[in-house]
Every structure is written in structure tokens, then in C-alpha cells.
Ligand binder design. Structure first.
Ligand code: 2AM
Ligand code: CA
Length: 272
């Protein structure tokens, strides 16, 4: 397996195996969803089953390798709570709504955290067969190629991507205000793809120049943190005083060159 040659740390190999194993079941389930789309039955239940099944496979693999490591995963929450030094951070299906509707834009995202820092991770899009991965100090890759962020220096010419807000969000109107603010600064309309992990991965490989989204969860971005950093990008988490949970993340992730300009534009009070 040529991909494996670039995966050096034991943790990376463990994540890789878990990812590949889970993706096989996920691809099968996606095929079923596509069939369900044309039937009268709603795919809702099926999806939560697919989500849990994928998560189960991943967790089984990870626990087989290290029964004592901590786990934070979207569906089951926390396992081995006492181990805070070494943790896997898992999103079994990021882009659930896409998956649910037969739209091929979703990913498995797994990060490994040591003493609070993500040191390696994989974001795997099983439909396009695109595996983004990185290890601290070893660069970022998409399949067999080294990836780097874009060279774009101006927001005006950037391709930006965002996500949200959910209906339940308390900052819906602020989110739309920001959308308008940023829209007024770019030539190319803002993209919206519905998978935060892939949005960040796509900044890492230079397809997008920047991404921002409020109220994400740690598992949406964990693997993306190291992949973007190793690709030369910059990821920042903005504080939100009204937010109780420390898991919620307000993310600005860019090629680093447009970072300050995007940040300034987002945080400006008035709509221009
Ligand atoms: P999910 O598909 O795993 O739920 C959609 O905008 C992207 O944001 C998806 O990656 C989705 O993850 C993620 N997301 C997570 N929490 C969200 C929230 N509270 N509001 C909007 N999107 C959220
Ligand atoms: Ca997610």
C-alpha cells in the first residue's frame, strides 16, 4: 500500500486502518441511501444507523490497538474519560445531511491528540477516494502527493467557504450578517459544501483560500487542525462568551495569507 509508506507514526497507521475498514461499510451504506432516495421511505433512521455502525467499526479498531486511550466521538461521546493525555477525536460521518441525501460530500475524520495537541489526523472522503492526512512535522498529503495552501493574498480574489447556521442556532442573524459582509468583499461567490472537515481539507490543498464557521464541534475540526497546519495554513478558534461548552468551536481557517483580512472583515461591526 503506497499510502502507508508516508504514514510513519504508529498512531497514524492505527487511524489509517480504522478509516479504511469503516469506509467500506460506509460506501455500502451510501449505495443503499442512493436506492432509498428513489423509494418512498425516508432515509432518516437508516442514516443514524450508518453513523453508529461506522463509529462502532472505528472505535473497535482504535480500542483494539490501545484499550486505554481516551476517545471523543460524535455519537457515543467519551470513552476512557480518565485518559486525557492520549485521545482519539472522531467524527464518523462529517457531512451527515449530504450523506442522508445521497450527495457525495462527506468524510470520516479522525485526529489523535497528545497532551491537548493534535499531532496527526486523517480526513477521508471515501466516495472521491481522497485521503487527506498529516503528522506533526512531516507535512500534509492528499493521497500520494504533498499538499500546500494557496498563495492567494487578497480576500477580493479568494474562494471562501462557510457553513451553518443550524435552525436552532442562537446567532442565526449574526451569521447571515457576516455572510453579507464577506460577500461584499469577494468577487467569487462564497461556497457552501456542508462538510466542515472537507472544507478545511480543501483549504489545506489550495482549492479554497479560506473557511469560517461558527459553533462547530471539536470532532468536526480536530484532524483538520494538523492537516491545515502542516500544509502551511492557519487555523484559529474565536471565543464566544455566550457559549458554555468548551467543545464548541468558532473556526477561521485560511491559507494564512488572507487570515488577518478575513478576520477583520468578520469582526467588523457594521454591514458595508
Ligand atoms: P455533521 O455533518 O457531522 O453534523 C455543515 O455546515 C457542517 O458543519 C457539517 O460538517 C456538520 O457536521 C457541521 N456542524 C456541526 N455542528 C454544527 C452546528 N451546530 N451547526 C451547523 N453545522 C454544524
Ligand atoms: Ca461533523
Amino acid at each position: 500500500e503506497s499510502k502507508l509508506m508516508r504514514l510513519n507514526s504508529p498512531q497514524m497507521n492505527i487511524i489509517y486502518k480504522a478509516c479504511i475498514k469503516a469506509s467500506k461499510s460506509l460506501i455500502r451504506d451510501f449505495g443503499e441511501i442512493e436506492k432509498l432516495q428513489v423509494s418512498s421511505k425516508g432515509p432518516g433512521d437508516f442514516v443514524s444507523v450508518a453513523d453508529k455502525k461506522t463509529e462502532k467499526i472505528i472505535i473497535e479498531e482504535l480500542l483494539k490497538a490501545h484499550p486505554d486511550y481516551g476517545i471523543l466521538s460524535e455519537e457515543v461521546g467519551v470513552i476512557n474519560e480518565n485518559n486525557k493525555e492520549k485521545r482519539w477525536i472522531i467524527d464518523p460521518i462529517d457531512g451527515t445531511s449530504n450523506f442522508l441525501n445521497g450527495i457525495p460530500q462527506f468524510a470520516i475524520s479522525i485526529g489523535y491528540e497528545e497532551k491537548g495537541e493534535i499531532t496527526c489526523g486523517i480526513i477521508f472522503d471515501p466516495i472521491k477516494n481522497e485521503m487527506f492526512f498529516a503528522e506533526k512535522g512531516a507535512g500534509a498529503f492528499l493521497n500520494n502527493s504533498r499538499i500546500r495552501v494557496s498563495n492567494q493574498k487578497k480576500i477580493k480574489d479568494s474562494i471562501l467557504v462557510t457553513g451553518g447556521p443550524r435552525f436552532s442556532s442562537k446567532r442565526r442573524s449574526e451569521t447571515f450578517d457576516e455572510y453579507i459582509k464577506i460577500s461584499n468583499r469577494v468577487n467569487i461567490p462564497i461556497r457552501k459544501y456542508g462538510s466542515a472537515s472537507l472544507d478545511i481539507a480543501n483549504v489545506a490543498c489550495g482549492r479554497f483560500d479560506g473557511f469560517w464557521q461558527w459553533e462547530l464541534n471539536y470532532w468536526d475540526v480536530a484532524a483538520g487542525i494538523i492537516i491545515l497546519k502542516e500544509a502551511g495554513g492557519f487555523i484559529e478558534f474565536l471565543k464566544n462568551s455566550s457559549e458554555k461548552s468548551s467543545l464548541k468551536k468558532n473556526v477561521v481557517a485560511t491559507n494564512s495569507k488572507i487570515h488577518q483580512e478575513l478576520l477583520d472583515s468578520l469582526l467588523k461591526k457594521n454591514i458595508e
